[in-house]
Design a protein around this ligand. Sequence first.
Ligand SMILES: [Zn+2]
Length: 176
Amino acid sequence: MTAAFRIKGTTADVTACDCCNRRGLRKTVALVPLDRDGMEDGEVTYYGTGCAAKALRTSSHSVRKIARAADLQAVIEQRAQLRDRAAFALPLLERSRALLVTRMEAGEDPATVATGHVNRLGVVMGRYTPARRQEAEAQAREAFATGGLRALLAVYDRYGKEITRVSRMDPEVFTY
Ligand SMILES: [Zn+2]
């Protein structure tokens, strides 16, 4: 018979063991039940390492090792998703930046252009990371208030540099 659970990783958000109800654990192991064919089937449960080892009929050491590998895999998957969103957002950002340059060269009313581009930059950054939309709009607004459209263009370049870097990263290579 195959193991009846799969280790999904660890979490510090749940600190009580669903198996023995012990509380105050530093973290728990997320386990998902498997059906007879080894497919994930049912809700995730959170066990302390000891109880997880018993449920899986293995050692605590082995549980910790598998959980660590699963945690790393989850981080890599998150990074891959971020990279893909960056690759998607980059051409949008470049197009929007080019449009700003066109408007600047045409000598359009700076305040009107700025209003439109605060919004545009927010939309583009929202496609990259939804949580950063407001930050991008605030940066763009502040840049225009202090340095006009040139400063707003510099905000585009700053985000462009970041998104370019992220779009090219290897999710499995960590650099610090
Ligand atoms: Zn327990």
